[in-house]
Design a protein around this ligand. Structure first.
Ligand code: C5P
Length: 410
């Protein structure tokens, strides 16, 4: 069986029931040839077209089929299956599984893993042309795209059913290329992956909220999910930077290729950042709590008829301190500004006040759900210019920012 080392990129390949399932055998071969560990989930329909034995032989791993299998659950539970992968790939994706994904149904192992994941999901549809053209399928595809699920293909051509049209699954080589692109891995041509434009640079990224205790069970926090900071760390690592992510409490998985330091309070975050210096790049994307209780209770506070009063004191400002840290200041410091109204003007003032180089500003006015959202609409503010970026996924904002950072160091 394959040794799934933590440094190996892992793809969970979900094979649903279509004649194109035979192409998944070639896909596994191509993925594994690129150093990607593949673990397969086979739906009941998929098992009509390929056998678990062929998949196990090619992937070198157990093939998972049954949501309620005692043996499977003992080796790898359905939640771990999706958690353990860096990417979920549904190939072939039938009209049925696409509809279930859109609706959030979880009535078998494949759909449960898809619903339980917070990893990137890609799907390569394969179906009859009329099923593909049906408004139901087209609406499902659009809804999945809106959720940042990458849809690969399908292609136009002759079909197994004898008809001609859109619906043929994309060839395994092109699916491989799309997967490598999404995982930010270079194709292997005998030389391994490319070093990336930020190779040799070290980056620190802060992410997530902080927790400021009031007593052993209660704390002050905010609505930051950490998605943006984590995406930036992943993108910097993909550009080749040695990346340290200093994260407040989040439910997110650790990004690929990043060293993660988990902290709770602003003061812990400050200490972890200082310990991680020196660095070339600092991106402060964390929503650090501005205040903490001056004197948190050491025992749980009991109700006694009058609400407790807390004296609040200001937390250290990590961005401002490290922007003004003299010799240990990273060469490029990027801050964030979540503002309500006059966003750009406030971001420009903040940049000058804190002493950072760039500010990524966004509007968090009521009705604009930036914190909980998968997308972000930001403005990049430096000393001279303001760029308004279109609405993008947080991953895309991370990639764009990492690209700009790489350009800066060129
Ligand atoms: O002052 P404000 O909280 O609006 O500043 C936001 C920027 O400053 C973000 O980049 C955030 O990560 C950073 N910050 C910090 N430490 C704090 C407060 C904010 O690093 N205590």
């Amino acid at each position: 069986m394959t040794d799934l080392r933590p440094t190996t990129t892992r793809v969970l390949l979900i094979i649903s029931g279509g004649i194109a399932a035979y192409k998944s055998l070639e896909l596994i071969r191509l993925l594994t040839a690129h150093g990607i560990a593949v673990r397969c989930v086979l739906t009941r329909g998929g098992a009509q077209f390929v056998t678990p034995l062929s998949l196990a032989a090619l992937s070198g791993d157990t093939v998972y089929e049954d949501l309620f299998s005692l043996t499977d659950e003992r080796t790898m539970g359905h939640i771990e299956l999706s958690r353990d992968a860096d990417l979920l790939l549904v190939a072939p994706a039938t009209a049925d599984i696409l509809a279930k994904m859109r609706a959030g149904l979880a009535d078998d192992l494949a759909t449960t893993a898809l619903l339980a994941t917070d990893k990137p999901v890609m799907a390569a549809p394969a179906m009859n042309v009329r099923m593909w053209d049906h408004p139901a399928t087209q609406e499902n595809i659009q809804a999945l795209r809106d959720r940042c699920i990458s849809i690969i293909g399908p292609e136009e051509g002759d079909m197994a059913c004898g008809e001609y049209g859109m619906g043929r699954m994309t060839e395994p080589g092109d699916i491989l290329a799309a997967v490598l692109d999404r995982l930010k891995l270079a194709p292997i041509n005998g030389e391994g992956t490319s070093p990336g434009r930020l190779a040799g640079k070290k980056a620190i990224v802060t992410s997530g909220p902080t927790h400021e205790p009031l007593d052993p069970v209660r704390y002050i926090t905010n609505r930051s999910s950490g998605r943006q900071g984590h995406a930036i760390a992943a993108a910097l690592a993909a550009e080749g930077a040695e990346t340290i992510l200093i994260s407040g409490p989040t439910v997110l998985a650790d990004p690929l290729g990043v060293t993660v330091s988990k902290v709770a309070s602003a003061r812990d975050m400050m200490e972890a950042c200082t310990d991680a210096l020196p660095a070339d790049i600092l991106v402060c994307a964390a929503a650090v709590a501005d205040w903490r209780a001056a004197d948190p209770a050491s025992e749980k506070i009991k109700k006694n008829g009058k609400p407790p009063l807390f004296d609040l004191v200001e937390n250290p400002d990590i961005l401002a301190s490290l922007s003004q840290a003299g010799d240990s200041r990273p060469a490029l410091v990027v801050g964030f500004a979540a503002e309500t109204g006059a966003v750009v003007e406030k971001a420009q003032a903040k940049r000058a006040r804190k002493g950072c180089d760039w500010i990524i500003a966004n509007d968090v006015s009521p009705g604009i759900d930036t914190f909980g959202s998968m997308t972000n609409t930001v403005h990049m503010v430096d000393g001279k210019t303001v760029e308004n970026w279109p609405t993008m996924t947080k991953e895309q904002v991370g990639e764009q920012l990492a690209g700009r950072i790489a350009d800066h160091f060129k």
